[in-house]
Design a protein around this ligand. Structure first.
Ligand SMILES: [Zn+2]
Ligand SMILES: [Zn+2]
Length: 226
């Protein structure tokens, strides 16, 4: 079921309502515009803030500002829960909309695309990323398939260090190839176990069937086949 957001207000069409292009977060000079992502105060102070995208801003005749928002869900709020490949700053753009008082907005944040997030040199408190849309009622994700890496065949978690094999170009978790993170950081080159085995076979064949000088060409051949 969709999660409940206490204090959520049903949209009503009252006279005196006025669409706003922006408003300023109370006690700050931060301006929120339609399309911005915001952090909203959760009812339970111990919880991390809710994240939402502002779809519409309006004020009523008494100047109460309300925002129509589209919620982002954190992995732990999704039906399937948090999985190993979910990043610490990962959010799902849900199909769950709500109308809230603008007073519950406590700050702004940036929800990056997965690609841009992976390129960030420093991830700040306000940086998040989103690669999936999420249907709150069914728990379905779009896209429902993503590229997987490593022996464990997991989607990429941008928080986890991975090393790339120079042979097959696949990416590996250090732990999945019996390495520590520290060892992986020290590596200049990495060739996975399978590629190392292939290399061994190839050089054996080379030794039996062709002159040693042939070995460079064989590397090329193997790359082309892959
Ligand atoms: Zn792995
Ligand atoms: Zn490899």
């Amino acid at each position: 079921m969709a999660k409940t957001r206490p204090g959520s207000l049903a949209p009503k069409s009252k006279p005196g309502k006025k669409d706003l292009d922006y408003f300023t977060i109370r006690g700050t000079n931060k301006v929120v515009r339609v399309g911005d992502c915001v952090l909203m105060r959760p009812p339970d102070n111990g919880k991390p803030p809710y994240v939402a995208r502002v779809e519409k801003i309006e004020s009523d005749s008494r100047n109460n500002v309300k925002v129509r928002v589209r919620w982002y869900y954190r992995p732990e709020e999704s039906l399937g829960g948090r999985r190993q490949f979910h990043g610490a700053k990962e959010l799902f753009l849900s199909d769950h909309y709500d109308v809230q008082s603008a007073q519950t907005i406590e700050g702004k944040c940036i929800v990056h695309s997965f690609k841009n997030y992976s390129k960030l040199e420093n991830v700040g408190a306000e940086d998040y990323f989103c690669r999936f849309e999420y249907k709150a009622v069914t728990g379905a994700f779009t896209p429902d398939r993503v590229a997987v890496y490593c022996k464990c065949e997991m989607p990429y978690n941008p928080d986890d260090l991975m090393v790339q094999c120079e042979g097959c170009k696949d990416w590996y978790h250090p732990a999945c190839v019996d390495m520590t993170i520290e060892e992986a950081k020290m590596l200049d080159h990495f060739v996975c176990f399978e590629c190392t085995e292939d290399d061994a076979k190839r050089s054996q064949n080379g030794f039996h069937s062709s002159p040693v000088s042939d070995s460079d060409e064989k590397v090329e051949t193997k790359r082309r086949k892959r």
